[in-house]
Design a protein around this ligand. Sequence first.
Ligand SMILES: *Cc1c(COP(=O)(O)O)cnc(C)c1O
Length: 376
Amino acid sequence: MDKKNMVKKSSRRSALPLSRECLKRLSPYLPGFSLEEAQRLGKSRLSPVKLASNENPLGTSPLAKAAVEKTLAQIYLYPESGAPLLRQKIARKCGLTPHNVFLGNGSDEVVYLLAEAYFERSAEVLVAEPTFSTYRHVSILAGADVKTVPLKDQTVDLEAMLKAVTKKTKMIFLCNPNNPTGTFFTDKQLRLFLNKLPRGILVVLDEAYSEYADSPYFPDGLKYVREGFPVIILRTFSKIYGLAGLRVGYGIAPAPVIAAMESVRLPFNVNRLGQAAALAALGDDKHLRRSRQNNLVGKRFLYRQLKKMGLAYTPTQANFIMIHLGKPAQPIFGKMLEEGVIIRPLDSFGLSDFIRITIGTPSQNQRLIKALKKVI
Ligand SMILES: *Cc1c(COP(=O)(O)O)cnc(C)c1O
């Protein structure tokens, strides 16, 4: 490019409007390394295994796949707005009405729309730290002030959350089990917390992994919606239902919360294939049971192996395990990639010596352990 043109281009650029001030405090979401990226690198002779994003290692329910195939002929048509059939089916399962159900383009979008629907400038939001990064992200974007409450014993600290509440607090994000730790708070703790909470605050209870929980003390958040507490439960088809690629998640809440979100969502936020697949997946209890069982068996195997290796891990209620390496995780991540195993280093969560691994199939778990032994 000649000099004159360069000058022209830079002066054109300065004609751009400035983006919003709050973007300076945000960085784009850092996802787990994808299977496609690993394949392009192609360092391992074996095909890569992805244990970085907590997808279902058994894949999608066969019923959901069949529903997608059947729906392919209709993808030239817009999807039904508001996903009425799915809404109805979820409502029935939960013992609530369709007015209590909101479908989103992944539960990520539900979180985003909650912030859009509720935050004005000077609204305050409480989030645990570390936890799923989307809560903070969407809150800042919507102009709210984010207050972080550190975990206690690697667990969301409900008492500290209560203490952090001020007159401006509008929403509290709770992830149970918490991502990336896998820890949980009990039903008793949750009830105590909700009973003590001042009025005018919405509690967002993200239960993306609750289907995997096996503790008898793990709460079922839906009960609190049915009892009329100011709570929204978030669930997703991305994890145990094996539909992460189609982007379907939902919120269950008192009707006025759902109505607020309905007025901010875009018309066709959940696509036709996603609606059909999710509907079918809900009817596949067999796949759900198998997935849960695989996770339980894999969890026990990994606990045993990690113990043998002398690696500290945090007991989990989810389909992932956080492991304390005691040394920087980034180099280990790189070496594991060379072995064809994608794991999640937790630097982006502020935990530079930790990794998070998804519990896989028995053979994936064996590969993970073999590679970890080689690399550490
Ligand atoms: C994976 C995950 C979700 C689900 O996100 P989708 O947008 O539904 O795919 C939500 N919350 C947490 C904590 C998660 O880990």
